[in-house]
Design a protein around this ligand. Structure first.
Ligand code: MSP
Length: 523
């Protein structure tokens, strides 16, 4: 039996052994002329944690990211660097692949829009929309922002016809091109939103999308004759598809639209598109309408996150306020960076990055709480139990056992709401509670014996559960805790919620006293 995972989340997964839940997750594909910055990393880490959580609960996951390589901006950048667009994109897309590898991003596929598989899908999908009568020739005059690769209307621009995203003037362009009959989809889109209330989350962003649609939809220009760097329009090769129209189709290419119908049907439409709030219009208005026009169901879920700001401003190449994720990872560690990105900002809201904020959180949550707990427990196991961890008391009504059960339920519920932040906050409650139990009982002052064993057995079990709960956010840290606890099998083999229930730490294992997981940092 195949069950598709639908909002509000994965639901009752503890069903029959045969039940397989699928989780298809995408990120936006990144423009290659930018360098990977912390804003992109925020999207990627958020997506990665979700993908890892779904693998942890036993779902079949397909996690897709990639690079968006066509369009005027890329052609211009290639020329400025004395390269062909293809040479340029080959070198620049690699930066993203490397950046994501460095951040331990577990994507299953990396799509480049210059790949042949993508050309075929774009031509097939848009050809279908053309055959269905929703693409027509016309003349376009408009205000175009090269940075956004998008036309704007006057009222969407800042005073002086300035692009609100790139803060520079737009250009007036006129050309003959093909139009997608978006205006014909207003009613259908509104009905679709009506019938699927949780298709866009959070609700404020859904309201924004519905607001766009209610405001009236004009047909949109989807091809260009002014540039050659794009996917040729199959019925008129004078034109290439406009970059956004080609880019959105990546979500179909990777799951076999037009080439592998069984695979496509297995993954579509139960997709989760994770996007930044800057690209709502494209994903929540254009994209569902395009799907309808091609005769496939619109995407089931769009999750919208806010911007990660630096001193109140969005990171962008044009603003010179970009922070390279690799610099922060080198200073703080990959998992500390991942934790900070996930724990600080609720999905949908803007976050503000600062070194002070990151250092403060690192010291409080990672050095003083998690790191200190592991260090203490392993030190006392070494001094009082000869380095061999005692099993936890089986009583599930004890203080830590009942906290662990509550925390597990809260974490499951939080992930189902796509809230890594709340899931981590739950895990940290168990960490704090375990530290406070140790402080209350002071096993380091007691003689070896059953009382010490009971306290340490509980603390070791709590740490085992913490490792599992942290695994989506901090995969290497979780593996390291697991290893130091002496757990015989790899943490990757565990499945939640079952393996995070009280009593999984068997005892009798050699516990390693290692260096601090997160050495304290000076502010
Ligand atoms: N290529 C298009 C997306 C096409 S998807 C079919 C694009 N690319 S982008 O590189 O400019 O931005 C992609 C995404 O990066 C944004 O939507 C957002 O998810 C993320 N972010 C870029 N800057 C960001 C911040 N400062 N903060 C958070 N996310 C940011 O748009």
């Amino acid at each position: 039996m195949i069950r598709s995972s639908g909002f509000p989340g994965c639901g009752a997964r503890v069903g029959t052994l045969l039940a397989v839940s699928r989780f298809y997750l995408t990120t936006p594909i990144y423009y290659v002329n930018d360098v990977p910055h912390l804003g992109h990393a925020y999207t990627m880490v958020t997506a990665d944690a979700l993908a890892r959580w779904h693998r942890l609960v036993g779902d079949e996951v397909f996690f897709l990211t990639g690079t968006d390589e066509h369009g005027l901006k890329v052609a211009q950048a290639a020329e400025a660097n004395g390269m062909t667009p293809r040479e340029w994109t080959d070198s620049t897309s690699r930066r993203f692949i490397e950046a994501w590898r460095e951040l331990d991003i577990s994507n299953d596929d990396f799509i480049r829009t210059t790949e042949e598989r993508h050309y075929r899908t774009v031509q097939e999908f848009l050809g279908k929309i053309y055959d269905n009568g929703y693409i027509r020739l016309g003349t376009y005059r408009g205000l175009y922002c090269v940075g956004c690769e998008a036309y704007y209307t006057d009222d969407e621009l800042d005073e002086g016809r300035i692009c609100p995203v790139h803060l520079r003037p737009v250009e007036e362009i006129e050309e003959e091109n093909y139009f997608f009959a978006l205006s014909e989809f207003q009613q259908r889109l509104l009905e679709w939103y009506e019938s699927s209330p949780s298709s866009v989350l959070p609700e404020s962003k859904r309201n924004e999308a519905v607001g766009f649609i209610k405001g009236g939809l004009d047909d949109i220009s989807i091809t260009r004759t002014s540039i050659r760097w794009g996917v040729p329009v199959p019925w008129n090769e004078e034109h290439v598809f406009y970059v956004w129209y080609d880019a959105l189709v990546n979500y179909l290419t990777a799951i076999g639209y037009g080439s592998d119908p069984a695979r496509f049907d297995a993954w579509w439409p139960a997709v989760h598109h994770l996007i930044g709030k800057d690209i709502i219009r494209f994903h929540c208005v254009w994209w569902p309408a395009m799907c309808m026009a091609a005769g496939i169901a619109p995407p089931a879920h769009v999750l919208v996150h806010g911007w990660l700001l630096v001193s109140g401003e969005k990171m962008a190449k044009s603003r010179l306020n970009q922070i390279a994720p690799s610099d922060l990872a080198a200073q703080f560690g990959v998992d500390a960076l991942r934790y900070h990105l996930l724990a600080d900002t609720p999905l949908g809201a803007d976050g503000d990055f600062s070194y002070e904020g990151m250092t403060g959180r690192y010291n409080a949550d990672l050095a003083n709480n998690l790191g200190n707990l592991l260090a203490r427990v392993s030190a006392v196991v070494s001094s009082k139990c000869g380095g061999v961890g005692p099993p936890p008391p089986p009583d599930v009504s004890g203080r830590l056992a009942s906290t662990a059960a509550t925390v597990l339920a809260e974490a499951v519920e939080a992930w189902e709401r796509y809230s890594a932040r709340d899931a981590l906050a739950a895990a940290w409650r168990l960490i704090r509670e375990t530290n406070s139990e140790l402080e209350a009982t002071e096993p380091w002052k007691l003689p070896p014996g059953p009382q010490v064993d009971a306290v340490l057995g509980s603390a070791l079990e709590a740490l085992r559960i913490v490792a599992l709960l942290c695994a989506p956010a901090m995969p290497s840290t979780s593996r390291e805790i697991w290893r130091r606890l002496g757990m015989p099998d790899g943490i990757e083999a565990c499945r939640l919620p079952g393996d995070a229930r009280w009593g999984g730490y068997p005892g009798g294992l050699a516990v390693e006293k290692g260096p601090p997981l997160f050495p304290r940092r000076s502010a």
